[in-house]
Write a protein that binds this ligand. Structure first.
Ligand code: NAP
Length: 332
């Protein structure tokens, strides 16, 4: 049994930690809920008990064995070292330490052994990256992927609680013929979409797109894999979707790929050529698996394969993956 803390407990990811830790009977002797001073005194329920939220400070971690951080990159940079100094093992959902060579970047279906190499911090990868690598990894093992091209369709909750509220508020305002307020996103999201997730970088890609490139190479230990991503925000509340195209060293037929994916951990193949016979974000809502469908051989390349991947990014892309990392550590 562990003394556990959640930094960012009041956020979109924080709330999912509470649900999942309860559902999975994660062994906890004491749970500390941390957030900004705005939330101090609020209560959140865990296993039928009301727990009062405390302010995240450098002194929050005395006696804490394990801390999950989901309070943004700035807070991770500011507070995680205090936690590590206090002897706490930290699993961080932000991008603060993901590309640090000293910090393992872990997806339990792929590189669980890396979790044990931590020096106090384990990074949880970017949400769009996690669901993509869960599908890529078994295909890479079977036929060596040389190149990946991916377009994402990312839900509003990827931008936190305020992203979901903005979609709902704009939809209501639109229905009532009222002006739409834009604050959480760079443009109107209701009845719209935009190819802009995170900030633009000098190479013309966004930071989210470059996370998908660099983090995939690190998790899969495949620095030579060529990857290009276009990340798009869509008016969906929860769960990200991705159209993925791969080029393999050895030819993979659609049927071979289907069988490999069906026998791979954490994946459900839903691939029937009928209405609704493919994964959709609404169906993935609050589920733990990564869904793959629309698997087909690419007409434009003899060793090309294309498919569609959907997962609940608040679960597998964030809280669930972090918790699974903790479960790997627990199991030893
Ligand atoms: N949403 C996703 O799909 C997703 C997926 C993977 C990773 N992540 C990462 O997870 C982190 C949280 O994301 P989210 O979507 O849950 O965001 P969110 O809904 O906006 O929640 C942010 C959390 O951080 C806390 N926080 C903000 N400023 C703080 C401060 N100065 N001191 C202490 N706590 C502070 C907030 O507390 P208050 O309520 O008190 O403001 C809240 O609990 C981010 O690093 C994000 O990149 C998110």
């Amino acid at each position: 049994m562990k003394n556990v803390a959640i930094a960012g407990a009041t956020g979109a990811v924080g709330g999912e930690f509470l649900k999942l830790m309860e559902a999975r009977n994660f062994p906890i002797s004491n749970l500390k809920l941390l957030a900004s001073e705005r939330s101090v005194g609020k209560t959140l329920e865990f296993c039928g008990e009301k727990i009062t939220v405390e302010e995240l400070t450098p002194n929050s971690f005395k006696g804490v064995d394990l801390a999950f951080f989901s309070a943004g990159k700035g807070r991770s940079k500011e507070f995680i070292h205090h936690a590590v100094d206090a002897g706490t093992v930290v699993i961080d959902n932000s991008s603060a330490f993901r590309m640090d060579p000293e910090v393992p970047l872990v997806v339990p279906e792929i590189n669980p052994h890396m979790a044990f190499k931590h020096k106090g911090i384990i990074a949880n990868p970017n949400c769009s990256t996690i669901q993509m690598v869960v599908a890529l990894n078994p295909l890479h093992k079977a036929a060596t992927i040389n190149r990946v091209i991916v377009s994402t369709y990312q839900s509003t909750s990827g931008a936190g609680a305020k992203g979901m509220s903005e979609l709902l508020n704009q939809t209501r305002a639109f229905a009532n013929n009222e002006p739409l307020e834009v604050s959480a996103f760079p443009a109107q999201i209701a009845f719209n979409l935009f190819p802009h997730v995170d900030v633009f970088l000098e190479n013309g890609y966004t930071r989210e797109e470059m996370k998908m490139v660099l983090e995939t190479q690190k998790i899969m230990d495949a620095p030579e894999m060529k990857i290009s991503a276009t990340c798009v925000r869509v008016p969906v509340l929860r769960a990200h979707s991705e159209a993925v195209w791969i080029e393999t060293e050895d030819k993979l037929t659609a049927q071979e790929a289907r069988e490999i994916l069906e026998n791979s951990p954490g994946i459900i193949v839903k691939d029937e050529p009928v209405a609704g016979g493919y994964p959709m974000p609404w169906d993935a809502d609050e589920t733990t698996e990564t869904y793959v469908g629309r698997i087909r051989e690419d007409l434009s390349h003899p060793k090309g394969l294309t498919f569609w991947v959907v997962a609940d990014q608040l679960y597998k892309g964030a809280a669930l993956n972090s918790l699974q990392i903790a479960e790997v550590l627990e199991a030893g």
